[in-house]
Design a binder for this molecule. Structure first.
Ligand SMILES: *[C@@H]1O[C@H](CO)[C@@H](O)[C@H](O)[C@H]1NC(C)=O
Ligand SMILES: *[C@@H]1O[C@H](CO)[C@@H](O)[C@H](O)[C@H]1NC(C)=O
Ligand SMILES: *[C@@H]1O[C@H](CO)[C@@H](O)[C@H](O)[C@H]1NC(C)=O
Ligand SMILES: *[C@@H]1O[C@H](CO)[C@@H](O)[C@H](O)[C@H]1NC(C)=O
Ligand SMILES: *[C@@H]1O[C@H](CO)[C@@H](O)[C@H](O)[C@H]1NC(C)=O
Ligand SMILES: *[C@@H]1O[C@H](CO)[C@@H](O)[C@H](O)[C@H]1NC(C)=O
Ligand SMILES: *[C@@H]1O[C@H](CO)[C@@H](O)[C@H](O)[C@H]1NC(C)=O
Length: 419
């Protein structure tokens, strides 16, 4: 390095030039920095890249020396000295960052971020591959021959609360470990039909589910023979809101999502209850309905799409075709796997079986919402933001088959774009 260059650099930093007699100002002990150094230990790890559009990029040594650093300094972690780009990473605090901001030949200064691996689970139902990849999927949908990809850093919904307003849950099933509890509003403590167990397995089961570390809070609102009524459904929504409010102040609370895989003809009381839940920060997921008609004619489905801040889910099959039975239209937000979905069931603690319906599509989205609540705090208690995020990150132009007007035709995705 020439003295002239050093002089120029120090002026650029606004630091009084000090004559350094030694031609290469290397200091051997990092605690003994030169007096003109702007470097102080203890800062955060940052990546610095030089402007690669310049005909003559500076050398790593040059830029480090402007900061009172050199390549072997203990706070310098990496050198990027290849042909594609040049720079370094180092632990630096405000003094260095301010100085770098003034350097015209430095293009990028960014704090180092954690990169989490995409983990895969290779014995999964097809629905989990569908929501975690971008390509087409083939195989026998009744098997567990598919691959679920997720971000290891996501937490898989750890700490998020999923309310399953359904027929109860077989809480002893191995898919749930000790994560599932049930509040009984009608009937016995058992899941008489298996529907709630299956839905819970898709949302949050081990092996068969999306958010495999979330809390599962069943609210039993169907009789053991599978019948239900809207007054009990309303009570169930109210119970979930109260539980959410009480949980909100507990340590470790992340957020709440309510899955409703049932449908009644549109009733205002139900839509008002869903609005109250959304206003309280509870995400609500509704099955579109299985009558191949307009989802807006039912509740709670009509609280989704353009109808409110709820999220309404239609069903597709393994070839991305809209399931023949699925309701569609402007009250639908996204589509998810619903045809031939293998999940946990009743009759034993390890029984699995396939079921079909928009009831199977909705919990895929409930699981993704739980997954996103844990991964992204800014979405955790903001239903409109979550709804927008799901639509933004979904796959467009891949769904086939007819829909009623106003349907956005988006295939939900967990944000992983494997394949
Ligand atoms: C970067 O590469 C150049 C040329 O190959 C070399 O002169 C220089 O010492 C290297 N710098 C570091 C910090 O490795
Ligand atoms: C990166 O992960 C480590 C733990 O592995 C954690 O201590 C640190 O805070 C994380 N950094 C960021 C920016 O999230
Ligand atoms: C799929 O899974 C079944 C068992 O569930 C297994 O017999 C079969 O070999 C697997 N592979 C393919 C390609 O179907
Ligand atoms: C959850 O969603 C599934 C699928 O739509 C549905 O069958 C089930 O009844 C829902 N559960 C609740 C509690 O709403
Ligand atoms: C289902 O069970 C409830 C409660 O026991 C009962 O009132 C109702 O009549 C039953 N419905 C059918 C169709 O069995
Ligand atoms: C939760 O805490 C807030 C203040 O952080 C308080 O205003 C509110 O009343 C608390 N709610 C409950 C249910 O304890
Ligand atoms: C978290 O959510 C916000 C929206 O509230 C979004 O802008 C941001 O990109 C999300 N972050 C990640 C890492 O997905």
């Amino acid at each position: 390095m020439t003295p002239g260059l050093l002089h120029y650099i120090l002026l650029a930093l606004g630091v009084a030039a000090t004559i350094i007699a030694h031609p290469t100002p290397r200091i051997d002990t990092s605690t003994d920095l030169p007096s003109n150094s702007v470097h102080q230990s203890g800062g955060k790890h940052h990546i610095v890249l030089f402007d690669s559009t310049l005909p003559n990029q500076p050398s790593i040594d040059d830029v480090l020396s402007r900061l009172g650093l050199y390549p072997e300094h203990e706070d310098v972690v990496n050198h990027f000295n290849g042909s594609g780009f040049r720079g370094f990473s180092a632990n630096m605090d405000a003094h260095c960052l301010d100085a770098l901001a003034e350097m015209s030949d430095v293009a990028i200064v960014e704090e180092v971020a954690n990169v989490s691996m995409v983990e895969t689970r290779s014995t999964a139902p097809w629905g989990l591959e569908r929501i975690s990849s971008a390509g087409t999927i083939s195989g026998n949908p009744g098997t567990l021959n598919f691959t679920y990809s997720f971000d290891t850093g996501s937490g898989l919904g750890a700490g998020a609360d999923i309310y399953i307003l359904d027929s109860g849950i077989n809480t002893q099933h191995v898919a749930f470990q000790d994560r599932a509890q049930v509040k009984v509003l009608v009937g016995s403590v058992e899941d008489g039909t298996g529907h709630g167990t299956h839905v819970s397995g898709i949302a949050a089961g081990m092996l068969v589910g999306v958010a495999s570390r979330a809390n599962i809070l069943g609210i039993k609102m169907f009789e053991d023979n599978g019948t239900g009524s809207s007054d009990v459904a309303l009570k169930a929504v109210g119970y979930a809101i109260d539980s959410h409010m009480a949980r909100r102040n507990q340590t470790g609370f992340v957020g709440s999502v309510m899955n409703m895989s049932w449908r009644v003809p549109k009733i205002n009381a139900m839509n008002m209850a869903i609005k109250a839940a959304n206003d309280a920060g509870v995400h609500t997921i509704a099955a579109a309905g299985n009558d191949a008609e307009d989802a807006c004619t039912g509740s709670p489905a009509s609280s989704g799409g353009t109808g409110g801040n709820g999220i309404t889910v239609g069903s597709i099959d393994i070839s991305n075709a809209i399931s023949k039975f699925s309701d569609t239209g402007s009250c639908v937000d996204v589509y998810a796997p619903g045809s031939n979905i293998v999940s946990a069931y009743i009759g034993g603690d390890n029984v699995i079986r396939p079921l079909t319906g928009t009831s199977m599509a909705a919990p895929h989205v409930a699981g993704i919402v739980a997954y996103l609540m844990t991964a992204n705090q800014s979405l955790a208690q903001d239903p409109p933001a979550m709804k927008a995020f799901l639509k933004d990150t979904g796959l467009r132009d891949v769904i086939t088959g007819p829909t009623l007007p106003g349907d956005p035709r988006i295939l939900v995705n967990n944000g992983i774009r494997g394949k």
